[in-house]
Design a protein. Structure first.
Length: 368
């Protein structure tokens, strides 16, 4: 690696942070947001991960799903700095979407009271992914916000999250939605054998269980008449946003062989979706080790010097493995992808000051 240089992301409007669990993705998301805020940008950071760690790290109320302001006092932030954070509440976002876009108050009440809707809005993972995209679009409309940092769910779930707009567009154009939203008279005479079989299964299930599932599903799908175009339009906007030149995907990892292999696989999976990783952030890098001569010249008992020397040798071996993992990562990531280094803090970051220390230490490793 060549010498490092400061991290600059002033040309970006959206940072999407991805990575497996356990690599410090949430911490790095907060640090990247704080780094930009301290430089004087107006930043919003949102977590899609159901764990409340991002808000905890920022010293905010974990149970509050509204946008909360992060106090930057005492951090040396430049003029114009502003930082806000929020945790996604999928059901509240979906409810608000219905209230805002339902064609009438009656349609709104029918949807919100429908048991199919109540179950979908609280339990279906795909709905949560799409609601995150709706919330992201809402944040993106704030003209006062210069940068949005998005902390996604761990690993494979993040792939589903990024693919949510495409899947929503596919669903809205599917035959199932067309079939269920059509009236009974419109269905007569033009249903295929498969369509009839699907309705027969649902009808038989209704008779056996008494749940009236077919009626509820038809009511649910039909109540969205007039709203599908809006859903499709916003899904297309979200799909375009995550692929925009001002959007930047940051893959978080650590300098361990297994994690580096996961990162490489993740990049390949994203490439198959047509998404490019703009940077790989290597978290918890070891700090430079002291020279043996420092221990030798120290005024310490000989037994303690020997113990310190053994510890130094152990850490040197760890650092050699770390360097090898970094070299492998450098060789495998696509050309043009930045490598961001985040040195190990030496302790679990628990306060805003800890996050600020990480933010100030972030830098780009120039690749040979």
């Amino acid at each position: 690696m060549k010498p490092s240089r400061p991290l600059e992301l002033n040309d970006r409007r959206l940072l999407i942070c991805l990575g497996p669990g356990g690599v410090g993705k949430t911490t790095l998301s907060a640090a990247l947001a704080l780094n930009a805020a301290i430089d004087g940008r107006a930043v919003d950071v949102m977590t899609v991960d159901p764990a409340p760690r991002l808000l905890d790290a920022l010293g905010l109320t974990a149970g509050d799903y509204t946008i909360q302001t992060v106090a930057l006092t005492g951090l040396g932030a430049a003029r114009g700095a502003r930082m806000r954070a929020l945790k996604l509440d999928p059901k509240a976002t979906f409810d608000l979407l219905i209230e805002r876009h339902a064609p009438s108050a009656a349609a709104r009440d029918v949807i919100l009271a429908n048991r199919i809707y109540r179950n979908l809005s609280t339990t279906l993972a795909g709905v949560a992914d799409y609601m995150a995209m709706e919330r992201l679009l809402e944040l993106h409309r704030y003209t006062s916000t210069g940068l949005i940092v998005l902390d996604t769910p761990p690993a494979r779930e993040a792939i589903d999250f990024l693919d949510a707009p495409r899947r929503m567009l596919e669903l809205l154009g599917s035959r199932a939605v067309t079939l269920l939203s059509a009236g009974r008279s419109a269905l007569r005479g033009r249903l295929s054998v498969l369509d009839l079989a699907a309705r027969a299964v649902l009808s038989a299930f209704d008779r056996l269980t008494g749940l009236h599932l077919l009626g509820d599903v038809q009511t649910f799908v039909g109540s969205f008449d007039g709203m599908y175009a809006g859903f499709a339009e916003r899904a297309a906007q979200a799909q375009a946003l995550i692929r925009d030149d001002q959007s930047f995907i940051v893959l978080v990892t650590t300098a361990e062989t297994e994690r580096v292999d996961q990162a490489i696989e993740f990049i390949e999976a994203l490439t198959q979706l047509g998404l490019r990783v703009g940077a790989v952030a290597v978290n918890r890098l070891m700090t430079p080790l002291p020279d043996e001569s420092v221990i030798a010249s120290a005024d310490l008992p000989a037994a303690l010097k020997r113990k310190l020397k053994r510890n130094l040798d152990d850490f040197a071996a760890l650092q050699q493995r770390e360097t090898a993992a970094l070299d492998r990562l450098r060789d495998r990531v696509p050309a043009g992808t930045r490598l961001i280094a985040a040195p190990d803090l030496g302790r679990e970051p628990r306060t805003l000051s800890d996050l600020a220390e990480i933010a100030r230490s972030l830098h780009v490793l120039d690749r040979e």
